[in-house]
Design a protein around this ligand. Sequence first.
Ligand code: GAL
Length: 633
Amino acid sequence: MKRSLGTCYYPEHWPEDIWARDAERMVEAGLSWVRIGEFGWSRLEPRPGELDWRWLDTAVEVLGQAGLKIIMGTPTATPPRWMLDKWPDMLARDAQGQERKFGSRRHYCFSHVGYRHESARITELMALRYGGHPAVVAWQTDNEYGCHDTTLSYSAAAQAGFRAWLADRYGSIEALNRAWGNVFWSMDYERFDQIDLPNLTVTEANPVHWLDFQRFSSDQVVAFNRIQAEILRRHTEVPLIHNYMGRITDFDHYQVGADLDIASWDSYPLGFLEDRSDDGDGWKLRFSRQGDPDFQAFHHDLYRSVGKGRWWVMEQQPGPVNWAPYNPAPLPGMVRLWSWEAFAHGAEMVCYFRWRQAPFAQEQMHAGLLRPDSVDAPGLEEARVVASEIDMLPDVGTACAPVALVFDYESAWSWKIQPQGASFDYFRLVFEQYRALRALGLSVDILPPDCDDLAAYALVLLPGLMTIGERLERAIEACPGAVLAGPRTGAKTIDFALRTSGSVLPGLNTRPAYVESLRPGAGRALQQGGSFEHWVETLDGDDPVLERTVCGKAARVGTAQRQYLAGWADQAALVRILESICVAQGIAVMRLPQGLRRRDTDQHRFLFNYGAEPVTFDGITLAPAGVHWQPLL
Ligand code: GAL
């Protein structure tokens, strides 16, 4: 597969007479893809049933004739105002029961049956018109499911859907009462239609009530997307894609991805550092113009898995954005670095958001490849450089990494519902283990919790995986490499009850006797270095103790091949522990200087300098924002 570049374009924002020149300039810059259409509904259907295809027909012709490949977006993230007159109850409601109004985007509830029909209708109309067009060579469904906190809705439509979903899952009200433990606080129900959504209860609702609502809400996203995917499949054979986001765990991306051909995500490294990082001000200052050195890579690896091997960056930050608390310009070279890093993780395409900065509306302060006056913005030159370099290194090839990390959306929901400690966050737990692997120079594969084959991995990490399902259990049993679980792995049943028998990991005889959460500053030091922060467990069982806390409690137990970590290890402890396991497994590791990152494809080794200073490593000096590659020996 050849690497390529693209951009996101909104012909409806610009006079028609500049479209041809825009297209020409895109091609001159070395871009070959253009995404259009995803917010264009009010101009496609200005009044119910009154379609105006002329502008989009023209845009498709103009862009196609310039030689660009079009990704057509379905416009369902932005229903027009008239839709609310037709379906006044289609708006989502927040957890306080307040309606979320019209006037921005994503103003719909996934459970609203009427809106689902509207979404199917416009998708079908677009598919009929452009499904066979030779220039339209990919489709994007909707835009960023879950963005702006829109997965969970507390509307009447959601309530009706939830009751039906529960009846289907449990079959009888007795089974639900049993599974939820409703004898506690006299919460038993007699009928499914008595069950409300779990918001606005006097004190916390039953955690499995929440967990089921979260499962239901995720299923609504999957169902909404599937309707569009099935329609598109009837009219086109080109790949179907959705653009996911960074650190969004509200719905199960693997399940949405199962209905599509390629996963993509929207990568805004500087915005995410300011907006979504758990790290302190020192870290943010150090990387403020480069982004977190592991955040992008984590999502690249995650979405490679969601896309079953095929993935793109659908939106790449090209300059300052508008939505983070602080919005600096990328350090010169970073737009190129981000693009190459994506390719090194197997991206087939990197698409810059957006072509030209809009001088109006919400995102007028968001840079594009062009300034609002059409002069080249700094990102365009870097895109040009990447385009010219692609010719030197055209192929995307991903090797199987030596290490795998399991990432599970249901665990994210569970630990959010009942964290048992203010700082217990599943994404953060997994991400810190990922960061430690990267600090050791390792390439990582991220796997779903139902994966059934771990044969290729020398090391598999399972942090905080709430339950280990049967498929994964069999895969662990057959895995020839080392497996490191914990903390909080295998802790619950699928009904969110504490497990009272069995072991947390196949091959071990270990179970927590009790757990504690720790406030900042109250960490427990480990004898061999580093400490447990946030969370610590006291274990029952007879597995050999591999290391202890300074107070003498078992901190890591097991054998060379199967180990359990009884707490949330900090970076120092993680790097030390992972290094020792890798050495024992014969996996080559190397402690990298801070900010330097490494990634192997099937043919090349890449180095990336996220630092603002030059760095020399292994005889190679990289400038700030430097990228280096060499053939693998
Ligand atoms: C994305 C979104 C785009 C645009 C962009 C701004 O989340 O898909 O439409 O809003 O952010 O950074």
